[in-house]
Write a protein that binds this ligand. Structure first.
Ligand code: GTP
Ligand code: MG
Length: 473
């Protein structure tokens, strides 16, 4: 059986193509600020597990709805044959220019596609839309309406009242931001509209959920590997004599840090590819953050540990002597630096750039000298890496394919760092895992086991629902 097909129809410039991009998870769909971006009907199949789950048909907007409806009415022979009149309309006009858009958008419907009618909840309803909705009713195909507020959703209620005259199902959906759950809900609603579609759409929903879980499992693995690679990375250089050491140490440090950034960059790309975003632009908005020093105070505040975690992690690493950490520190605001400046300052100093890793001069058994930079023994370092990766993951996993432009990892205006995702679960357990990874030999069973354990620990952190369940439990 063919997969269910839906034609996305409506007025020009209302987010039709954006909805196609979101539901087909396809960033190649053309969207644009000018009306008339889409000029031809085009099919976008949604595939998962090698199967086409459903097909979205992007269409141009209505152009001559009233004239079309007039023609249909003129040729009306009663309610039972109206779908046939629409078919005849398309047949008679598809060679001409006058009803080009109407033919483009009605043809897939005549061929059996269901309908999603898209309106903008930020602009007022007016009776000029009635002709469009009336035409869609004439097709007799299952249909639902989506109110997509492009801006302030001021007119959602009048729209809802008007749409309910024509459609059994009306949903409000911000097509640029629609969360995964809302997308599934729209598909389920469609399954209710035609008996034969319930099963394929239930299957599609199940396949999408399974696909999502696989993406999360793969992302957890990528993040765990990123941390393992960064934690154990070291840069070495063989020298002729000790005298060369100071000269080479700086170069080694630069190359070590460049390599860490490359490790992080590769993990970012991998996560983006997992979610179907290849070649995503991260150069501007987020690169600015990536360019701030990984361990600068600013990155720490944005990505770092919560104050409680800071204390636990620092204590684990022996950065803070027992007794310094008291309940006053735990109760104080981390950001109110002046009050607790002394204690926090000491902790911040611990992960100053210079201490990210040590440079060592090693005498080789066969003679000669080796300069080594890294691996990092800094206890906070892997936590910072983890939190940065979690923020990136949240932004990418929550992004629809209708969004254009660079991914931004900046905090929004007024957003506090409390909203930034950070690791959950036991700080001590994570610190212990990081330590195991640090000590393990590359390619060893111990490394593989620690990596697997870390992946399992990260998994609930990349599944917001799991996370929510964990918090409420
Ligand atoms: N802020 C915001 N912008 C949106 C939303 N939906 C669509 N847009 C923008 O509105 C413009 C039109 O979106 P399209 O998806 O191309 O609209 P369309 O209905 O396919 O337009 P035509 O093909 O020209 O008929 C684009 O610039 C979109 O980025 C939304 O929910 N919020
Ligand atoms: Mg379009």
């Amino acid at each position: 059986m063919n997969a269910p097909a839906f034609a996305i129809v409506g007025h020009p410039n209302k987010g039709k193509s954006s909805l196609v991009a979101t539901l087909a998870r396809d960033a190649s769909v053309r969207v644009g600020p000018e009306p008339g971006t889409t000029v031809q009907a085009r099919e976008f199949p949604m595939r998962a597990g090698g199967k086409v789950l459903y097909v979205l048909v992007d269409t141009p907007g209505f152009q001559r709805a009233r004239a079309t409806l007039d023609w249909l009415k003129l040729h009306d022979t009663g309610a039972a044959s109206r779908a046939g009149v629409v078919e005849r309309f398309v047949r008679e006009h598809e060679a001409g220019e006058r009803f080009r858009n109407e033919c483009e958008l009605l043809r897939p419907v005549v061929n059996g596609a269901g309908l999603i009618y898209v309106v903008d909840g930020a602009t007022p309803y007016g009776p000029e839309y009635d002709a469009e909705m009336e035409i869609l009713r004439w097709t007799g195909q299952p249909s639902l309406a989506v109110i997509n507020p492009i801006g302030e959703p001021r007119f959602v209620e009048p729209w809802r009242r008007a749409l309910e005259q024509f459609f059994r199902v009306v949903r409000v959906l911000d097509v640029l931001k629609a969360p995964f759950e809302q997308q599934l809900e729209l598909l389920r609603a469609f399954g209710q509209l035609r008996e034969g579609w319930r099963q394929p759409l239930d299957e599609a929903v199940a396949a999408l959920i399974e696909h999502r879980q696989r993406q999360q499992a793969d992302a957890a693995r990528v993040i765990a590997e990123l941390i393992a690679d960064a934690l154990t990375y070291q840069e070495t250089k063989d020298l002729a004599s000790d005298d060369d050491a100071p000269r080479h140490a700086t170069a080694l440090e630069i190359s070590y840090k460049r390599r860490l950034r490359a490790i992080e960059e590769r993990a970012r790309r991998d996560v983006e590819a997992l979610y179907g975003f290849d070649g995503l632009d991260r150069e501007e908005a987020d690169m600015k953050l990536l360019e701030t020093d990984l361990l600068s105070r600013e990155s720490w505040l944005v990505f770092g540990l919560k104050k409680r975690d800071l204390v636990v992690v620092s204590a684990t690493g022996g950065a803070l002597a027992g007794g310094v950490v008291d309940s006053a520190l735990l109760g104080a605001s981390f950001l109110a630096g002046s009050v607790i400046g002394g204690v926090i300052g000491g902790a911040l100093g611990y992960f100053s750039t210079a201490k990210l890793a040590d440079v060592k001069l090693l005498r080789q058994p066969m003679g000669g000298i080796r300069l080594r930079y890294g691996p990092s023994r800094n206890v906070q370092f892997p936590f910072v890496l983890l939190n940065r990766a979690l923020l990136h993951h949240r932004v990418v996993a929550g992004r629809t394919h209708a969004q254009r432009g660079a991914v931004s990892l900046h905090l929004k205006e007024g957003e506090s760092s409390a909203n930034v995702p950070s690791f959950t679960g036991s700080t001590r357990a994570l610190a212990r895992l990081f330590e195991q990874l640090r000590r393990s030999e590359p390619g060893s069973g111990a490394r593989a086991a620690a990596l697997q354990e870390l992946t399992a620990a990260i998994l609930p952190m990349v599944d917001p629902q799991e996370e929510a369940r964990g918090v409420s439990a």
